[in-house]
Every structure is written in structure tokens, then in C-alpha cells.
Design a protein around this ligand. Structure first.
Ligand code: MN
Length: 746
């Protein structure tokens, strides 16, 4: 299905165009049919005509009439998200106020206040996105702010983004990269969080097609090659189940769950394994047609039938029937051992649950007043509102916090009384304490986990029962920020630290005042500003604080000049840039954006660069350059854990780079080796590395435990080729099981 190569040329005459538009419009009406009340058709017609007229002179990059885009977005809203008439009208109008002569007043006059407000929300979003945003994170913050007005704004925005992704082939390649990375960074997680699994996976697959075309094609090819074999296995697995389910008189569908390219790649990356080790993790889905009162018992009946046939892995049972996820997802998941000893995940859910799983809870939201689902959804929005309301951190941090707090998978943790708290994966006892109450959080000294004492940094798991232990003498410290992942806890800790800092700073303030007045200056804004900027601090508060804790002793004040009551800092001394060992630094302005830079090697290269610490690239890796303030270019691997974040937030600072050959410079990298413990193992490894291959080892640690050893080696290589050679030679040594390159800081 690779369409990159062959785009259909668009050439329709006016008559054909009209027909095409009408055909699409009728398909939209058909999809809405069951939801239309008297008068609705006329309203939609009005919106359609308004939009047709407003966009009549506009075309998309593909050459198509522009109106096809709002119609397609409306169809996604109806067919794939399950939204209704009002959202359809908004989708049809979503680009009018932004790009055409139609004003918000026109929309309000025609359709009333509710629709005008949503269109306004959508307009604000495209406004912040389209100004060629230098600070994407700031934009996302704004998007999230509008989200809390009315969730439909974000749902229609997701439909808009999905259609843009589906038609991305027509854009220029830098736009493709920017839009794709934004999509994986924010929109796909949002879609996931809203329970729109299908949209989420489609977004991720489409984005990957542009961001990592080679891996995408490779996995797609391998999937196609193994399709027959996989289908055969699934049929073999399903057959006995089908018979038993029929005997039990259940109405059901059973099928193999389709594999998504992006999620396969994700697994490969996360676990550091090959396609072959991932592709045969099979998944089966059973969809039941149950009467509402039998839903839960039917699902468990199916579970029992499955586990009679195949042995389950008890620790992999997930009961989202009793405790649905906060995005509304309900199902029963189990993993069983299928034929040939392969693990197969089975998802059991009813038709209703499946509807929610595919279209998200939003489709049900509103007309299921008072239901548990609505409460859960509202609770989530309530939490977001709270966080956005008291957030004064910078936007990039904010976005990161938001992602870990609201877009991550969840765990369920119990209070001693049995109340459930939902927390993002990775939450600690301290997060839990803050989730109970900030007053509890601030005084936490430890926790009892299932009656056993654990430190506040202890990571929680689903099902844990946690009791928080507090002390009135306790107060938050700086390192607490490393122990929490939720926005709420972070926000409260930062507030408390700021308060504490303010108290301490008060003492420093007095010292500063005495010193300035002692040299004849006034204690006024100008002089204070002069002082903190001289010490390269970020604020007056910071200055007072640093003085109070004696990091700064103000002895440089003697070099200041005094004019009247004004003091003036001495002119700064010129700082010379230090040459980093082994890293040639050439001073020259950066090349034009989008030009391909060749780094390393040729004497003609004139780039100031640094190798990123987070992923330690070496020649031969796929890399990109990131323009940093002051430090020139930082080179990251394209699969660096920070890459997506950088590209999404600072697309304009990304520069294409590639390596040139140079055998003289070597680069620090690291390997993790796992194998069977053996007396001679260190010898064999070092012999191979420094003896045979003559590669320099910087550090080597080996730990052995119960017959298995884990070795960490830091070494200098010239390029990826040399590293790959070393890895394959290491794997050839007897007893060595696994060799992985570090992805993180050395
Ligand atoms: Mn649009």
C-alpha cells in the first residue's frame, strides 16, 4: 500500500468535480441517517452550502477542490468517532473562519452559540498552529486549554489531523516530517487517551511511513511474507474455541487481531529484539453479542472456556470489566499458551464495549447522563483543568508533564480503605500521597505497601495497597521532583520549594541591601537587576537565595562602578571557547537550513558540533543535527529517545546531517553483554576487543549472579561498521547470549 511513489494525478473537469463533491456529501448524510431529527438535514445543508461557497476558489495541494477536506473531516467525525449532527456542522465549517470571509458572527447567527463556540475553538487551534510556530509546545498548551471547553473541539481536531495525515503525500518533505512528528508526539497519544484506538494506530503508522520510511517498508514487507503462516496458526488456535463457544450457545465473532507496523516496531525497540521475535506474538479478539445484564458473566464464561483449552499465564490477566480504564475501555484480557508453545493474547469484550474501544467514550458521552462512564470521563477533564489552571512552568515541561500524567497507561492502586486511585504508569508512593491530598503529600516520609515498609520513591504496580506514613516535621526537597511523575505532585512540590526558597531568600535580601548601600548605591530595581544579571542568574529572588546560602559572596562588587546612586557592572571579559578533546571545533556560521551538512572528515567542514549525550551517536548511525543556542549543532541519532520530542517541539531547529568517513577520530559508545558465567569470560571478551580487533576499551564492569553475567563495556570505535563487526564477533563467543548497544547516557 505504499503510495509514496505513484500519486494519482488530479484532473477532473468542472462537471465531474461537482459530481464528486455531491457524492461525498451524500455519503456523509447516509452515515448520519440514524441520528437525524426533523430540521437537522436543513441545518447540515446550510453548513455545507456555506462552506462550499466560502472555499469555492481554494484548492488543496493535491489539486482537489478544498471543500472535499471539510466533508472528509465530517465523515471521520461521524463514521469513525461516532459524533452527531452538531459536530458535523462544526467539521464542515472548521476551516471557514480561519481561511475565508466567513466570520464567527456569521456562524453564530446561522447556527447559534454552541456551534459558534466550537468553531471558535477550532479556529484558535489552527491559528496557533499555522503561524509557522517556533514554539510548538506553547501551541499544544493552547490546544489543551481549548480542549477543556468542549471535548468535541479536540475530537474534530483529531479528525482534521487524521485526514491531513491520510493526504500527506502531497506535502513537501520538510512539512511531512514536521506534521508527522507532531502527530506521534501529541495527537496520537491524545487519540489514545480519548479511547480512539483505531485512529491512534492509523496516525502512528502513517507518521512512521514518513519519519522512518526504511523500517516501515521493511516491517511491512516481512508482515506480508509471513501472513500465510500467521493466518494458519490463528485458525488452528481458534478452531477448538469456536466449537466450544458454539456449544455454550454464545453469539460471538472471533478473529485474529490485525498487526500494526508501528506497534511491532515499538516492541522491537523497547525490548531490543528482532522482528522474528515479535511477529509471532499473536492476538485474538472475541466480540460477544450479549444482553446488557449478561455482559460481565458472558465474558467470564468465555474466559473459562479458553482456559479449559489452553493454559493461561495468571499474571497476564487484565480485568477491565470491574475496573474500566479512565478512557472508558472495558474488556477482559488474558494470555494463554497456544499450540507450539506460543503465547497468544485473547481479548474478550461485548459489542457495546467494542464500540467504545473503537470510537472512544466520547461517542457515548452526553447522552448517557449520570452513568459511571460519564463520571470517569468528566473526572479526567476535571483533573486536566486543575493542572492547566495552576501551571506556571515553561511550556516544554508542561507538555512533558501532561504526557506522563494524562496520556500514559494507568495503574490502579488501593487505599487501606479499599478506594481505588488511578495513576499513570511509573507513579511512586509519593505520587500516590499527593493524589490523596497535597497536605498528605508534603508530609510523607514513607509508605506501607501491602503492609511492608517502602521508601517514598517506590514505584507502584496495579493492585498495590498503599498506606502513607506522614510526619509533621517533613517538608518537600529538591530531589522529590525526581521521585514523582504526576503533574499534580510536581506542581505542588515546586510550589512548596518556591515558598521555602522565598523564606531563605529573605535573609540574603538583607545582605544584598547592606552591601549595595555600603558602597553608596541605592537598594532599587535597577541596581538589583544589574547585580543578578552580572552573576548570570535568572531573577532577583535567585540572587537573594544564592547569597543567603552563601553560593555568592558578593566580593566582585568591588569591581562595580558607582554613579550617583546607580551601580554598574564591569564589562565582561571575553570568553574563549574550549576545544573539546577529540572533537574538532570549527567556527563558522551554520549552513542554510535544509541543506545537507556533511559532518566529520573533510577539512572543508565548517560546523561547530557536539555529540548528544543522550544517545552518543557514532559515524554510520542515522543522525540529525539540532541547533542549540550557543553550542552550535548537537548531533542526535534519529532513534534517540529524545528525537520525537525535539522534532515536534523545535522543528525549525532540525538540520539534516550525514557522516563522512574518517578513520582517525574515534567515538565513545557502550555495549551491554549478557551471557552464561564462566571463569574465562572477561578474558575472552577483552582479548577479542583489544587483542584481535584493537579497539580501545574505556571501562569494563562485569557482574555475575546465579550463573548469569552482565557486562558493561565502554569503548572507542570509529564508526558503526566497526561496532557492528564487534557485536557479531562477540555474539560468536561461546556462552554469550545477547549484546546490546546502550541507548541511554553512558
Ligand atoms: Mn482542516
Amino acid at each position: 500500500m505504499d503510495t509514496l511513489a505513484q500519486l494519482p494525478k488530479y484532473n477532473l473537469n468542472e462537471e465531474q468535480e461537482k459530481k464528486l463533491i455531491l457524492r461525498e456529501y451524500r455519503a456523509l448524510l447516509r452515515a448520519l441517517k440514524t441520528k437525524l431529527k426533523p430540521g437537522d438535514k436543513r441545518l447540515i445543508r446550510t453548513a455545507f452550502e456555506m462552506s462550499v461557497d466560502a472555499h469555492k476558489t481554494m484548492r488543496r495541494k493535491s489539486g482537489e477542490p478544498y471543500i472535499l477536506h471539510p466533508i472528509a473531516v465530517a465523515r471521520i467525525c461521524v463514521e469513525e468517532i461516532g459524533l452527531g449532527v452538531r459536530s458535523t456542522i462544526c467539521a464542515l465549517l472548521h476551516d471557514t473562519v480561519e481561511d475565508t470571509d466567513i466570520s464567527l458572527e456569521d456562524v453564530e447567527r446561522e447556527f447559534g452559540n454552541e456551534i459558534a463556540r466550537i468553531v471558535d475553538g477550532l479556529t484558535k487551534i489552527s491559528n496557533v498552529i499555522d503561524v509557522n510556530a517556533s514554539q510548538q509546545a506553547e501551541n499544544f498548551k493552547k490546544i489543551l486549554l481549548t480542549l477543556t471547553d468542549d471535548p468535541r473541539v479536540i475530537l474534530i481536531k483529531l479528525a482534521d489531523r487524521l485526514h491531513n495525515m491520510r493526504t500527506l503525500d502531497h506535502m513537501k518533505s520538510d512539512k511531512q516530517l514536521k506534521i508527522s512528528s507532531e502527530t506521534v508526539y501529541v495527537y496520537a497519544p491524545l487519540a489514545h487517551r480519548m479511547g480512539l484506538y483505531n485512529i491512534k494506530t492509523e496516525m502512528e503508522d502513517l507518521a512512521m511511513k514518513y519519519l522512518e520510511p526504511d523500517s516501515y517498508k521493511e516491517i511491512a514487507r516481512k508482515l506480508a511474507e509471513t501472513k500465510k503462516e500467521r493466518t494458519r496458526y490463528i485458525n488452528e488456535f481458534i478452531k477448538p474455541l469456536r466449537d466450544e463457544l458454539e456449544k455454550a450457545d454464545l453469539k460471538f465473532e472471533i478473529y485474529g487481531r490485525p498487526k500494526h507496523i508501528h506497534s511491532i516496531q515499538n516492541k522491537m525497540k523497547k525490548k531490543g529484539v528482532s522482528f522474528e521475535e515479535v511477529y509471532d506474538l499473536f492476538a485474538i479478539r472475541i466480540i460477544l453479542d450479549s444482553a446488557p445484564e449478561n455482559e460481565k458473566s458472558d465474558c467470564w464464561k468465555v474466559y473459562s472456556i479458553i482456559t479449559d483449552e489452553y493454559t493461561p499465564a495468571p499474571e497476564r490477566l487484565r480485568d477491565w470489566l470491574s475496573n474500566p480504564k479512565s478512557n472508558g475501555y472495558e474488556a477482559l484480557h488474558t494470555t494463554v499458551m497456544g499450540p507450539q508453545g506460543k503465547w497468544v493474547e485473547v481479548q474478550i469484550r461485548t459489542k457495546r464495549m467494542n464500540e467504545i474501544a473503537e470510537k472512544g467514550l466520547a461517542a457515548h458521552w452526553k447522552y448517557k447522563e449520570g452513568s459511571a462512564d460519564e463520571n470517569r470521563f468528566d473526572k479526567w477533564f476535571q483533573q486536566i483543568r486543575e493542572v492547566i489552571g495552576n501551571q506556571d512552568t515553561d511550556s516544554v515541561d508542561f507538555l512533558q508533564d501532561f504526557k506522563t500524567s494524562f496520556l500514559a497507561e494507568e495503574i490502579y492502586v488501593y487505599t487501606p480503605k479499599g478506594d481505588v486511585k488511578m495513576l499513570p504508569v511509573g507513579s511512586t508512593a509519593l505520587d500516590f500521597a499527593f493524589a490523596i491530598h497535597s497536605a498528605v503529600g508534603s508530609k510523607t516520609i514513607g509508605a506501607k505497601l501491602n503492609h511492608k515498609l517502602v521508601p517514598i520513591s517506590h514505584k507502584l504496580r496495579s493492585g498495590d495497597q498503599v498506606e502513607i506514613i506522614t510526619s509533621n516535621k517533613q517538608k518537600p526537597t529538591e530531589d522529590w521532583l525526581n521521585f514523582v511523575v504526576t503533574s499534580k505532585a510536581k506542581g505542588r512540590i515546586r510550589d512548596a520549594l518556591k515558598e521555602e526558597k522565598r523564606k531563605i531568600a529573605d535573609e540574603g535580601k538583607y545582605t544584598v541591601q547592606r552591601k549595595i548601600e555600603g558602597m553608596g548605591g541605592a537598594f532599587n530595581q535597577h541596581n538589583i537587576d544589574e547585580l543578578w544579571s552580572y552573576y548570570k542568574l535568572s531573577s532577583a529572588l535567585d540572587l537573594f537565595y544564592q547569597v543567603a546560602i552563601k553560593n555568592i559572596d558578593l566580593k566582585e562588587l568591588k569591581d562595580f562602578k558607582v554613579f550617583g546612586d546607580k551601580i554598574e557592572a564591569p564589562k565582561p571579559v571575553k570568553v574563549h571557547e574550549v576545544k573539546l578533546d577529540g572533537h574538532p571545533h570549527h567556527h563558522h556560521p551554520l549552513g542554510k537550513k535544509d541543506t545537507e551538512l556533511i559532518i566529520f572528515g573533510e577539512s572543508s567542514d565548517k560546523i561547530v558540533y557536539n555529540l548528544a549525550n543522550c544517545c552518543k551517536p557514532i559515524p554510520g548511525d542515522d543522525v540529525f543535527g539540532f541547533v542549540t543556542t550557543g553550542k552550535g549543532l548537537t548531533i542526535h541519532r534519529t532513534n534517540c529517545p529524545n528525537a520525537a520530542k525535539l522534532m515536534a517541539n523545535f522543528g525549525h531547529r532540525i538540520v539534516k546531517t550525514k557522516w563522512a568517513k574518517n578513520k582517525e577520530i574515534s567515538f565513545l559508545t557502550g555495549l551491554k553483554i549478557v551471557g552464561l558465567d564462566d571463569v574465562g569470560v572477561v578474558n575472552k571478551i577483552t582479548n577479542l576487543i583489544s587483542g584481535e580487533l584493537r579497539i580501545n576499551i574505556a571501562a569494563l564492569t562485569i557482574e555475575a549472579k546465579e550463573g548469569v553475567f552482565e557486562g558493561n563495556i565502554k569503548l572507542y570505535v570509529h564508526d558503526k561498521e566497526e561496532l557492528d563487526e564487534l557485536v557479531s564477533r562477540l555474539l560468536g563467543l561461546p556462552g554469550i547470549e545477547k549484546v546490546d548497544r546502550y541507548d541511554t547516557e553512558l
